[in-house]
Design a protein around this ligand. Structure first.
Ligand code: HEM
Length: 437
């Protein structure tokens, strides 16, 4: 059989080129794989959900609460199909697994990115994979946001209203872009089919293409390796081959991981569509995005309201807070491989404490994202009495700048301390060695 296939498809060449690739054995290297498994489970659960979901905002009678013959209870077909999926055997479980997996995928990608950043794995020759990874992160978040809109309950309706307004806030071309992206003026008749197309075809297609490129580049360039590989065989690839050893490890991990997420989903419900009901004129106060986009909401919350008219266009706080500031943050992240001027890193995952400035800058950046996410809760901070309408913006701005600055210098101080201890240790062992001689 093998020979038969080999004569036709030259499988052995594939085997030599790809399937013998050595994978480093280290827990931190599973983070990228967990992101990959999440993407696969999302695609499988998404296909199953798509079999029962109706991508339309046309009104249909709500069979769960039909109303009367003269006054039928009409709801969007998409919303109705979400209720129907919940009522199907395992339907709710499918929605939960899909939802939690999306959160885990973004979380795993963020932690994976932190591993890459703190160990210098983004440096030459791996800059292209850092940039592709950034795109993966952005498109994962967009895919999740479009997914939230699909059940088309009042929460989703209000969310898409906010996203539409943000898109329309782009100076000069905003209205046109928003109408092109959301199939007409909000809430257009074609809004759900359009978002559905993005969520099940365009965005997953982009994610799959980017993931494919990410993997091929990683195979071509080879992993950075854990420090122990240096001691075992200097500048040689140390690890287990994809076939036959790494694959069973990955399969076991994938099954265990999926099982755990399903167990979690069995106990922790997701967003209750029936609680919010179909879209209505009742606004929902304090709409919040998922945790990974809260920082954008924070930026939007603390930017002072202003309007600046320029050549017939309007530059306002919404545009600056929701698009310009996050754009600057993203640009900074894209620029990481250009900002780090230390020597290239062909082989080994670096010890973060050997690069204190990079370590401190990363921690400061992370601290800033957390403070900005907390700023996303500005209305709640005011209503709880912790802040007042008068001082909220000033205090949140001070914290947004101060906490990262303090974190930066604290990390530099701690790393200096650790290095001083390490050097003292080394001096001591050297002195002992000389004494023994
Ligand atoms: C969102 C989907 C993503 C998937 C499915 C994914 C998957 C993977 C996998 C399986 C690996 C090999 C295992 C490992 O090193 O952990 C890897 C390596 C890598 N990833 Fe990702 N990744 C994603 C996002 C990102 C992000 C957000 C970044 C950074 C901005 C990134 C940058 C890299 C780099 C530079 C490598 C090579 C690491 C090395 O050689 O040590 N990836 N990725």
């Amino acid at each position: 059989m093998n020979q038969w296939l080999d004569d036709r498809l030259h499988i052995s060449r594939l085997n030599d080129k790809f399937l013998r690739k050595a994978f480093p054995v280290h827990h931190s290297f599973f983070l990228g794989e967990i992101t990959l498994f999440s993407l696969i489970v999302l695609i499988i659960t998404g296909i199953l959900l798509a079999l029962a979901y109706e991508p339309s905002n046309s009104l249909v009678v709500n069979t769960f609460d039909p109303g009367t013959a003269t006054k039928p209870n009409l709801v969007p077909a998409a919303y109705h199909s979400a209720l129907k999926i919940n009522a199907m055997p395992f339907g709710d479980m499918l929605r939960r697994t899909h939802h939690w997996m999306a959160n885990i995928m973004v979380a795993a990608a963020v932690i994976h990115m932190m591993r890459i950043y703190f160990t210098g794995a983004f440096k030459k020759p791996r800059e292209i994979n850092w940039w592709i990874g950034m795109l993966l992160l952005i498109f994962s978040a967009l895919t999740a946001v479009t997914g939230y809109i699909l059940p088309y309950d009042n929460y989703a309706y209000n969310t898409v209203k906010v996203v539409y307004a943000i898109t329309a806030s782009i100076p000069w071309v905003g209205d046109w872009v928003a109408q092109a992206a959301f199939a007409g003026k909000f809430p257009g008749a074609g809004i759900i089919p359009r978002i559905y197309g993005y969520h099940i075809m365009l965005l997953p297609g982009i994610l799959l293409a980017l993931t494919g490129a990410h993997m091929l580049i990683m195979i071509k360039q080879k992993h950075t390796q854990p420090q122990y590989a240096k001691r075992l065989a200097y500048k040689k690839i140390v690890g287990v081959p994809l076939i036959t050893q790494q694959t069973p490890i990955m399969l076991v991990l994938a099954l265990l991981f999926t099982g755990l997420v399903m167990l979690f989903a069995a106990f922790v419900p997701v967003h209750p569509v029936e609680f919010f009901g179909p879209p209505s004129t009742t606004p929902i106060n304090n709409i919040k995005p998922d945790w990974y986009l809260l920082w954008v909401f924070g930026a939007l919350a603390i930017i002072p309201s202003f309007e600046w008219h320029l050549f017939g266009g309007l530059i306002g706080a919404e545009f600056v807070g929701a698009l310009v500031l996050p754009g600057i943050v993203m640009a900074l992240m894209f620029a990481v491989p250009m900002l780090d001027r230390t020597t290239e890193n062909q082989y080994y995952a670096e010890n973060p404490t050997n690069h204190p400035v990079r370590l401190a800058a990363g921690v400061a950046f992370f601290a800033m994202m957390i403070v900005m996410s907390v700023a996303g809760y500005k209305p709640e901070l005011i209503s709880s009495g912790l802040l007042t309408t008068g001082n909220a913006n000033t205090i949140l701005w001070i914290l947004t700048l101060l906490v990262p600055a303090v974190s930066y210098f604290a990390v530099i101080g701690i790393v200096r301390g650790i290095r001083a201890l390490r050097e003292a240790d080394e001096r001591e062992s050297l002195a002992h060695a000389h004494a023994d001689d």
